[in-house]
Design a protein around this ligand. Structure first.
Ligand SMILES: C[S@@+](CC[C@H](N)C(=O)[O-])C[C@H]1O[C@@H](n2cnc3c(N)ncnc32)[C@H](O)[C@@H]1O
Ligand SMILES: CC(C)=CCC/C(C)=C/COP(=O)(O)OP(=O)(O)O
Ligand SMILES: [Mg+2]
Length: 294
């Protein structure tokens, strides 16, 4: 199939462009086949479906004790609360956004952050993902919430979007930048953002201070088929693309309670140890970077 041919995903109405590279085909398949119960069980708490991790202190008082028959349900609600708190912090850094503005969610997953952005700002949100299953899920959810005129996901490469130059008041990557070349990514954000618009990323990155990616970072890469970048690469790619950081927030200490709680739950996936150990040995950092498009 050539890059100009289009096909439809099984049992969906979403048009799916041929992947730009074989790797992007792998990632589309990965997310079309993803079925870890942790993600749907947490999303079912209130209908916001995330594929990112949590931040903030665990409210141990709300959990009760493990002997409590409702303990596991409360634990799931608590993990979900921390994941939504993470998205709130990302949205806090977008600056003033109004109902007439449009935002871009690059690597939107099942759309939880897009719904939150619309509910907070009243704005339009355009999401892109490589996965038809995720785009359909996000669009179905927007329909159920009656916000399909404001929140829309499409299957599209975040490095080559159909949006107009300067169209976006803000844009973000929430744990989705480890699948692409950062220079290409920042160039596309820089293109779609209006001058004065804000770009925000929350990401896991390896710490140049450690030297090279640790074995834990390699394990996370293998688990998700991704390529975690270093902190230095983010800052360089932004600087080269008219994106000037106005906040760099180290969220590593804030995400550890989420991981330590998750490691005790029935929904563990096996990657918990790698996150906990790499955050603790300093080889890996959970970072928010907000940048102005100048
Ligand atoms: C870990 S999920 C994050 C989802 C979402 N940002 C969230 O916070 O719930 C990674 C997402 O990046 C998307 N992705 C990876 N590479 C992409 C690319 N080149 N273009 C568009 N989306 C991409 C995947 O399809 C997936 O939706
Ligand atoms: C911080 C880093 C390096 C993230 C890698 C990207 C990623 C897969 C995020 C979580 O997705 P998920 O919510 O589907 O994962 P899980 O099933 O583990 O909850
Ligand atoms: Mg998850």
């Amino acid at each position: 199939m050539t890059s100009t041919e289009f096909t439809t995903a099984d049992a969906t109405s979403t048009f799916v462009p041929a992947p730009a590279t074989p790797y992007q085909g792998d990632i589309a398949r990965y997310w079309n086949n993803e079925a870890r119960p942790v993600n749907l069980r947490l999303g079912d708490v209130d209908g916001l479906y995330h594929h990112h991790y949590g931040i903030g202190a665990v409210d141990h008082a709300s959990l009760g004790t493990p002997e409590d028959s409702e303990y596991e349900k409360k634990l799931i609600a608590e993990l979900h609360r921390l994941e939504s708190a993470q998205a709130e912090v990302l949205l806090d850094h977008l600056g003033p956004i109004g109902p007439d503005d449009t935002l871009m969610d690059a690597g939107c997953g099942r759309g939880g952050s897009m719904v939150m952005a619309h509910q907070r700002f009243g704005c339009k949100v355009e999401g892109v993902t490589l996965s038809a299953k995720q785009a359909d899920f996000a669009n179905r959810r927007a329909g159920e919430l009656d916000i399909e005129n404001h929140v829309h996901a499409r299957v599209c490469n975040m490095l080559d979007t159909p949006f107009e130059t300067g169209q976006m008041a803000g844009s973000w990557n929430n744990e989705s930048s480890m699948y692409v070349d950062l220079h290409d990514l920042m160039a596309e954000h820089s293109r779609v953002l209006a001058t004065g618009g804000r770009y925000v990323t929350i990401t896991g990155c390896w710490n140049p201070k450690y030297g090279q990616p640790s074995k834990w970072v390699s394990q996370i890469n293998a688990h998700f088929e991704c390529n975690i970048h270093s902190r230095r690469e983010y800052l360089r790619a932004m600087a080269d693309n008219r994106l000037v950081p106005n906040a760099v927030v180290d969220l590593t200490a804030a995400t550890l309670p989420y991981w330590e709680l998750r490691a005790t739950s029935s929904l563990v996936t096996g990657i918990e140890e790698a996150f906990i150990e790499s955050y603790k040995d300093g080889s890996f950092q959970y970072l928010l970077i907000a940048a102005d498009r100048v």
